[in-house]
Structures are given as C-alpha cells and as structure tokens.
Design a binder for this molecule. Structure first.
Ligand code: NAG
Length: 293
C-alpha cells in the first residue's frame, strides 16, 4: 500500500469515526451531577436501617432480621430521565430483593420497576423489570447482567417521555416499552410518579423461585446508593405535559435508533432469561403490546 493509499484510508476512517461519534451523540444520556440524598429524597421506612455517608452523597439501606428499609422522592415527576447508582448486596444475597422503581401510588397506578433478586455467593443476580399502566402490569422480563453488580456502582435508569420508556443499565438499553395507545393499550403519561427504592426479604419467591431462603447468619445485608440528582419534570399534567424543550423530549429520544436497537438485540440474545411476550403458558394469546416494537 502506497503513501497515498494510507492517507486516503485514514481520511475515510476519520470521516467514519466522526459520523459514528455524531450518530451516537444524538441519543447520548447526559452525565448528571451528584447531590446529597436529602435534596430530593427522604427515608420512608425504617430510618434506623439506613446510613448516610460522605456528607449525604452516599446512603445505605440495611436488611436484618428485624427490618429492611426504603426511601422515596420528595416530589413526583412526569417524564424525564430518572437514574440511581446502586451497588447491590454483596456475597450471599439469596432471598433479598432490592427494588428501584417509580410509582404513582394511586388506585389505578402507573409503575416502572427494576427488582434485583439476590443469590447465593458467586451465583448471578436476576434483574426483573415490569411496566404498569392504569393498575395493570403482567409485563415481566428477567435478565442476567454482564457484570457483577455487587463490585461497583452502576446506574440504572428510566428514560420516560410520551413516546416510549427505555430502561437502561449504565448506557445499555435493557428494555423498551413503546406507547401503543394507537392500538388501545394504556401508556403511563398522565400520572406523575415518585421515585422509590427499598431492600426487603423476598425469600418466598426471589431466588430460584423461593427455594433459596435468606441466611440470617450473613446479615446485615447492605445495598449502597449514590447519584441523587433527578433530571425530570417535577409536577403533573398541567406543568409537564406540553412540550417544554426538555432534552428527553427531543426527536432523538422519541424512537429507538439503530445503535439502541442493536444493543437491545445483544442484551436479548445474551442476557434475557424470561419475557412475558414469549410465555405461552401464562398468555395463550400473545399480549397485544408484544411485537409492537
Ligand atoms: C441464582 O443462581 C442459580 C444457579 O446458578 C440460577 O439458576 C438463578 O437464576 C440465579 N438467580 C436467582 C435470582 O435465582
């Protein structure tokens, strides 16, 4: 290859690189700053089973035989990007459930769930996700993760606008829930939701379907949290429903681009272990929102 060819190749590569960077920038999630827990959150349950660290920028939930614990946001939000950095219960976490979710907490509630199901030492956590609209859920998916979630903090987030809800693990989309109101399926878009997290005993179902019980000799179980800023519209339909120029409303976030689709496929092919859409036993007729991707 001559000098000229080399120059030509690198020029082409450079153009490609710029294009790739631009296209991936299009749907990049912004990096958020850290703020103290108390700015946006409060302890809702079992104050004595929580710990504040580093000036309130890190907090721990503690589960022992006496109690688990939980916290929630001070206000409710309609649309935005809601994320939390979590380091899950290490070592033997069998039977424990760490939940990070949004809920409107009404009669016919909307809810978005991440539930982290613990496991015996060295065995993989399961992440169960679900979407409720108007009080109806039954949209469980289950995944393994591509890393050990007990070693470091990772961010788990919901990108929520009128067109879709994307569940992210760091910057990898785990799941997309589209607005399918066009075919008569309710979509969470009119009930503001609070942000919640809790650590509790779920050993009647969580690990290997409930076979593996909590070993209290290994208590206390601790989940650690950071990243308490909230990038979402605080308020309800009046204040958040009309377009307000927020970044999550932009076109880049209204549909799934090619990069998002290929990452979703990678997750599905390698880490998905359960999908309500392919559970013919439970749903002899495939739910209407399946395949509407
Ligand atoms: C726990 O580990 C077992 C064995 O590897 C696995 O079958 C199961 O899916 C894991 N996770 C949970 C939450 O049960």
């Amino acid at each position: 290859m001559g000098v000229h060819d080399t120059v030509f190749v690198s020029a082409t590569t450079a153009v490609l690189l710029v294009l790739m960077i631009q296209s991936s920038l299009a749907a990049r999630l912004p990096i958020k700053s850290d703020v103290p827990f108390a700015q946006n959150y409060y302890v809702r349950w079992a104050d004595d089973h929580t710990r504040m660290l580093n000036g309130g920028t890190e907090m721990h939930l503690v589960l022992d035989k006496a109690s688990g614990a939980g916290f929630g946001s001070r206000t409710k939000y309609l649309f935005g990007h809601v994320s939390m950095k979590i380091k899950l219960v290490p070592k033997d976490s069998a039977g424990t459930v760490t939940a990070f979710y949004m809920s409107s907490e009404t009669d016919k509630h909307d809810e978005l769930d991440f539930e982290f199901l613990g496991n015996t030492s060295g065995q993989p956590y399961i992440v169960q996700t679900n979407v409720f609209a108007n009080g109806v859920g039954n949209r469980e998916q289950r995944h393994y993760l591509w890393f050990d979630p007990t070693q470091d903090f990772h961010s788990y987030s919901f990108l929520w606008n009128k067109q879709q809800i994307i569940f992210y693990v760091d910057d990898v989309p785990l799941r997309v829930h589209k607005n399918n109101e066009a075919i008569g399926i309710p979509f969470p878009k009119s009930q503001p939701m609070g942000i919640y997290s809790s650590l509790w005993n779920g050993d009647d179902w969580a690990t290997r379907g409930g076979l593996e019980k909590i070993n209290w000799d290994h208590a206390p179980f601790v989940a650690a949290y950071k990243g308490f800023s909230v990038d979402a519209c605080a308020g309800g339909v009046e204040s958040c429903s009309a377009p307000r120029g927020n970044w999550w409303e932009q076109e880049a976030f209204q549909s799934t681009d090619e990069e998002t689709k290929s990452k979703l496929k990678w997750v599905k092919d390698n880490y998905m272990i359960y999908d309500y859409c392919s559970d013919g036993k439970r749903f002899p007729t495939t739910p209407a929102d399946c395949g509407q991707f």
